[in-house]
Design a binder for this molecule. Structure first.
Ligand SMILES: [Zn+2]
Length: 121
């Protein structure tokens, strides 16, 4: 098993960086980046096959129709939740509350909305 992957970015070999230059004299080329698979973290990452964000996004743009065809979604997914609303006292700031231009904290009742997971088991 090889311990590297070639970057799968379709334009990787056209980007003008020193790290891609190979060859000598008048026979120089820009070569696709070789990605060493030298850590578990990298091997499990999407960047085991892409040298950078641009190469990843170029690949996705070029192949998006085939990528989504791997796991098509024809209807929305839903996650059951509970939405809890609670009133609490908060403050707003009145910037012109008196003739001296001093600000004043003005209390008001605010609403806090919390989305809670529902255990389906
Ligand atoms: Zn690349």
């Amino acid at each position: 098993m090889s311990n590297y992957n070639w970057c799968h970015g379709p334009e990787c070999h056209t980007q003008h960086t020193q790290s891609r230059v190979r060859g000598s004299g008048d026979n120089k080329v820009l070569r696709t980046i070789k990605i060493k698979q030298d850590s578990e973290y990298l091997r499990e990452s999407v960047f085991s096959h892409f040298c950078n964000q641009r190469c990843l996004m170029d690949f996705i743009r070029l192949h998006k129709d085939r990528i989504v065809a791997l796991a098509p979604r024809r209807e929305a997914l839903e996650t059951p939740i509970k939405v809890e609303k609670e009133k609490y006292e908060s403050y707003r700031y009145d910037w012109n509350s008196d003739e001296n231009g001093a600000t004043r904290r003005v209390p008001y009742m605010a609403t806090r909305t919390t989305i809670k997971s529902v255990d389906n088991d």
